[in-house]
Design a protein around this ligand. Sequence first.
Ligand code: HC1
Ligand code: SF4
Length: 574
Amino acid sequence: MVNVIINGKEIQVPAGSTILEAANMLNIKIPTLCHLDLHDIKMVNKAASCRVCVVEVEGRNTLAPACATPVFEGMKIKTDTKKSVKARRTVVELLLSDHPKDCLICERNTNCDLQTLAADLGVRQIKFEGEMSEYPIDKSSHSIVRNMDKCILCRRCETMCNEVQTVNVLSGVGRGFETVVGAAFDLPMHETNCTFCGQCLSVCPTAALTEVNNVSKVWDALNDEDKVVVVQTAPAVRVALGEEFGMDPGSVVTGKMVASLKNIGFDKVFDTDFAADLTIMEEASEFVHRLEHGGKLPILTSCCPGWVKFFEHQFSDMLDIPSSCKSPHEMFGAVAKTYLAQKMDIDPEKMVVISVMPCVAKKYEAARPELGHGGTKDVDLVITTRELAQMIREAGIDFNTLENQDFDNPLGESTGASVIFGATGGVIEAALRTAYEWLTKETLENVEFEALRGIEGTKEATVNINGQDIKIAVTHGLGNARALLEKIRAGEAEYHAIEIMACPGGCIGGGGQPYHHGNLDILKKRIEGIYSEDRSKTLRKSHENPMIKKLYEEYLGEPYGEKAHELLHTHYVA
Ligand code: HC1
Ligand code: SF4
C-alpha cells in the first residue's frame, strides 16, 4: 500500500493506483472525458488523450493527468487549484474550437459528456476560433451514423471495438489535425466487418457515433391512413425505458410503455416476448432434434444480429452450428404479416411492423434481404429504446403518470421464459425450461438456472437430462465469444448448447438503450428488473403459452415443421 495526501486528506491505496483511482476512493471528483473504466467487462480506456483530468502534484512543475499518473509514497496532490481548473477549462475551450456549435439540434443535446463538462467548468465563450475539420457524414449503414466533425478523439470507441469486441473496425487514421477514427482505407461502415453491435456508440461521449434515427419514418407510417401500424417491444426495453424519464434503472415499466404506445397511435401494441416464446418452441425443437438424430453440436443461439454478423465474418467455416431460427422480432414480423393479417382480414402490404429494440444491429438485421416473405420484409422499421423515449416526448406524453395498459392479443401473451431473453443467459435458460420437459416428460420444478445468470463474461453449467450430462455455456461480449468459439474450433472445448450475445450484459446493455455514462451498475439493475418480471409471471415456460399453442394449432402445425421452417427459419452467408 502507498500513503498519499489529496486535498489535505490522507489515504492508503494499493501500489500502482492512479491519482484518479485514489481520488475516487476519497469521493473527490476529478472531471474526466476520454477516461472510461468499465471494470465489470474489463474495459479501461487508457488513451489519456484529452488532459481534462489534470491536477497539481507537489514537486512537479507540470500538471499531471490523474487518469494516467501512478501514485507514489508520500505523494501530495491538489485537484482543485486555480491552475488545474483553468487548465481544464482551456482544454475544453480548445476542444470546442474544432467542434460544431450546433448543440441545440444535436442528437446528444442534453445527453453529451462534452456539453456537460463545458457547463460544469463554466465555459461561457468560444475563445479560440480557427480551422474547423469538415468530414462527410457516413450514413452508409442501416444502424450507425459516423460524424467525425463531432469526434474528440477520446478513443473510447476504439477500445470498445478492438479490445472488448475484438472486431477491430475502428482505429486512428491520419496524423495531427487530420486524425480521424475510422475504418481502414476510410471505408464506409457498411463495407467493413462492423457487426453493428453499437457498443462503440454506447461509450461515445458526443454525437460522433449515433444510431440511424427512424423516428420521422415511424411518424409518417402512423399518419398514413392506408396503413395498419403494428408495434412490438423487445424484452429489454421495459427495464430501461423508465431511465429516460428519471426513474431508477431496472424499474419495470411494461404497462406504462404499452400505454404510451397506444397514446402515440399504434393500431396494435404487441410483445416481442410472445415471439421469444415462439423462438423457444423452434430452437428447443431444433436442439432436441440435433441431440436425438446425431446432428451438429453445439447448437448456438442466433437471436442476436451483432453476433450473427460476427460469426458470418469471423467463423464462416462454422456456419452449420448456429440455430437456423430467425430472431424473435423477425419471427414476430413473419407471423404478423401472415397469421395476424389473415385474422385481421387485411392485406399484408398495408401492414407496417415496427420493432422497439434495445439494439442498433436490429436495424441492419431488418434490412437483410432473406428476412422476409413473398417480397415483403418481416419487419419494416426498427427504433431503439432512446428513439421511443424521443417519440413519447415529442407526443407530449407524461410518461410517469400513465396508467398501466395491457398488450393486445393474440401476439401479446408471454411467459417468464421470454422476458429473460433480455439478460445474458436468459435465452438458454428459457430453452432449457422447455427442452428439459420435452426430453424427460417430467415437470421441471425449479425453473431458475442460477449458474447461467450474472454479468461474468463466460458461464457454464451441466444439466443432467435422462442420465446424459448436457453441457451449456453462456457468453456475452464478442471478445468473450471469439475466445470460446476458437476453443471449439480447435477441439479444446465441447458443449451441447451455447448462448451468445454481442453486448455486455446481453440485450439490456444494447447500443440503443439509455446511455449508462460508464456506470455498469445500471446494467446489473436492469438484469434484476428482468428476473423480477419473470418471477411475476404465472406461466414461466414457453411451451405453456396458450397463444403459442393456438398459433401452432390454427396456423403453423408442428414446431420445427414445414410451415414453421418456411416462416421462422433462416440461413447464414459467409
Ligand atoms: Fe433482444 Fe431478442 S432478446 S435479441 O436482446 O432474442 O434487441 O431485448 O428483442 O429479436 O425477444 C434485442 C432484447 C430482443 C429478439 C427477443
Ligand atoms: Fe465495432 Fe460494434 Fe462499433 Fe461496429 S458497432 S464499430 S463492431 S463496436
